[in-house]
Ligand binder design. Structure first.
Ligand code: GTP
Ligand code: SPV
Ligand code: MN
Length: 580
């Protein structure tokens, strides 16, 4: 027995009985352990070395071509009552779900090593952190979990002290999409994932634990687990305001998390705390405080360039795992947007000849957060950081302004619940289709959205100093299909307006959808932006918004009695104002 925790020892024993591994390895998270895992993966072909001179300790993993993204249609929340999972989730009866998974896991690790991976989501010393143990037969998953979480001996110590952990069982199985399921059993604090080795399907600490299971726990315990990046924005006077932003997958969280301000904005600085998930609690001071439960980035590679995200490029030159990227003649990683060289091999390891994408659109890098040049050790603060602003946002070609502010907390909840975004390659299925994605949590909320919105509303009473709530859209396009807003580093200009709003330094004008800046309120010094373009970006099309809010009303109605009455009232008010 490798642990003093009886429940853990028994569960590992039980899983071994079921899956029949050749050997069991308890991960301690040490460098030696990682080195031998990497050695073994180089031997087996799970990893390939990249150019070790330019990219020391960087490796390439090419996944099965049929296993390249999250599979939302195969992801289930198994609550005793279907209504508790809600229309926003796929549901299966827990006993049926367990029986199905039992059948898939039976004997699946024969001849393989079973890794027991203790991990902690959040700083080891933080009372807000939660532990889990992922049992997996994938050494690639272990290597990723080591970068993405506080993995190993420290986490096991904590589990032995407080006795609590989320149980995650994972096997790559046959990688057959017909035999692939990602199941959540919130009542048992248990996750079971079979048949995929990719990202959020397989790194169970991330979406499965830190969002789906954690959101379920957060509801009953009075906190929030959200799909939000987390930064400190420092203004030239040295003041730092913390901002948490929820954008759907592949809609700009990682980029915003490590933004470098434009030339015109000397003295501004963005500090990185997290790029994907935030856990938020009400502090004794009546403010909202947040931690990043993760310890690394699993970031989208395509589009990452010296122009768009120099901080990311700088951190990816050592100790990084690249998944499904292309490679150059001298064996460096390559992806679309990385313009300096040309690819010779594509994301399937084939000679690159045709004109299509060489890297998979959902290709990713895995890297420890403290390799980011803009990292701040506030990411280790046990109590987290106090939030001045919450930002919602989506990928919307039309209609949605560059930025607007909600009128109060309740209206902010409506703004979050009204979000929609064009789908991306982060999940399998069609790309570019607008879908409703409240709070960027459509794929990640572990319970009924109606209850979730009620939970969000309940913070209105608890927060005596609530953050302001904004909505942004970096992705408006003109009639020729070009982005109207330059985005990336220039997004600092929008953050600047938000912070000035928080400090009461700038006015905003009221519209039915929220409060917007006037053309003179955004600092666009040094930016080559046509006045007409700026005007279009910050105007409200009442006719279009009426249609939008009617669609929102229909969507809120899908949750029936679970939709909070006050949210419906608020929605009716906005619609009436738009009609007036
Ligand atoms: P997940 O890791 O899937 O949750 O994604 P994310 O929200 O962290 O998105 P990320 O920052 O990785 O960006 C996804 C894609 O959008 C990349 O190709 C970026 O280059 C692109 N992108 C990010 N920010 C902007 C922006 O401000 N403007 C434009 N036009 N594209 C952006
Ligand atoms: C997302 O899809 O939102 C991601 C990538 O952050 S994954 O880890 O695959 O969920
Ligand atoms: Mn994400």
């Amino acid at each position: 027995m490798a642990t003093r925790n009886q429940a853990l020892a028994q569960w590992v024993e039980q899983v071994a009985q079921l899956t029949q591994p050749q050997r069991i390895h308890w991960c301690d998270g040490s460098d030696d352990e990682n080195e031998s895992l990497v050695e073994a993966m180089l031997d087996s072909g799970d990893l390939a070395e990249l150019n070790q001179e330019a990219y020391p300790n960087c490796y390439l993993h090419l996944s099965d071509p049929g296993d390249v993204a999250r599979v939302e249609h195969l992801t289930f929340v198994c609550t005793p009552r279907e209504e508790d999972a809600g229309p926003n989730n796929n549901w299966m009866d827990p006993s049926e779900g367990k029986a199905k998974m039992q059948g898939l896991f039976a004997g699946c690790m024969q001849g393989r090593t079973m890794y027991v991976v203790p991990y902690c989501m959040g700083p080891l010393e933080s009372p807000l952190s939660r532990c889990g143990v992922e049992i997996t037969d994938s050494p690639y998953v272990v290597a990723n979990m080591r970068l993405m979480t506080r993995m190993g001996a420290g986490a096991l110590d904590r589990i032995e002290q407080d006795g609590m952990f989320v149980k995650g069982l994972h096997s790559t199985g046959e990688l057959d999409p017909e035999r692939r399921f990602i199941m959540h059993f919130p009542d048992d604090l248990m996750i079971q994932s079979y048949g995929s080795g990719y990202g959020g399907n397989a790194l169970l600490g991330k979406k499965c634990h830190a969002l789906r299971i954690a959101s379920w726990q957060a509801r009953s315990e009075g906190w929030l687990a959200e799909h939000m990046m987390l930064v400190g924005v420092e203004s030239p006077d040295g003041e730092v305001h913390y901002v948490a932003a929820a954008f759907p997958s592949a809609c700009g969280k990682t980029n915003l998390a490590m933004l470098i301000p434009p030339e015109s904005h000397k003295g501004w600085k963005v500090w990185t705390i997290g790029d994907d998930i935030s856990w938020l609690h009400v502090g004794n001071d009546g403010r909202l405080w947040a931690i990043n439960p993760e310890a690394g980035f699993f970031g989208v590679a395509p589009g990452t360039s010296a122009e768009t995200n120099p901080n990311a490029l700088a951190m990816l030159h050592h100790d990084t795992i690249f998944t499904n990227v292309a490679t150059t003649a001298d064996n460096k990683p390559w992806w679309e947007g990385k313009s300096d060289e040309t690819p010779v091999r594509d994301w399937q390891g084939r000679e690159y000849t045709n004109g299509g994408p060489a890297a998979h659109p959902n290709s990713r890098f895995t890297v420890a957060i403290n390799q980011c040049p803009s990292y701040t050790d506030k990411a280790e603060a046990p109590q987290g950081v106090p939030i001045s602003a919450i930002v919602f946002g989506g990928r919307r070609e039309r209609l949605v302004p560059l930025v607007f502010e909600s009128k109060d907390w309740e209206h902010g909840v409506l703004v979050g619940a009204s979000m929609a975004s064009e789908t991306t390659a982060a999940a399998t299925g069609a790309v570019g289709v607008v879908r409703r994605d409240p709070m960027a949590m459509k794929p990640f909320c572990g319970y009924n959205f109606g209850d979730y919105w009620q939970h969000w509303l309940s913070f209105g009473d608890k927060l005596t100093r609530p953050p302001r709530v904004f909505h942004v859209n970096w992705f408006r396009k003109d009639s020729s299909g070009r982005f109207m807003w330059p985005g990336f580093g220039e997004n600092l200009r929008v953050l600047q307006w938000m912070i000035r709003r928080c400090k009461g330094e700038v006015e905003a004008h009221e519209t039915p959808i929220g409060l917007l800046p006037g053309a003179g309120d955004l600092d666009i010094s040094g930016l080559d932006l046509e006045p007409a373009t700026l005007a279009a970006l910050i105007s409200v099309d009442s006719v279009g918004w009426r249609e939008e809010m009617e669609a929102v009303g229909k969507y809120l109605g899908e949750f029936g009695e679970r939709t909070p009455a006050s949210l419906l009232d608020r929605h009716r008010r906005v619609l009436a104002e738009l009609a007036a």
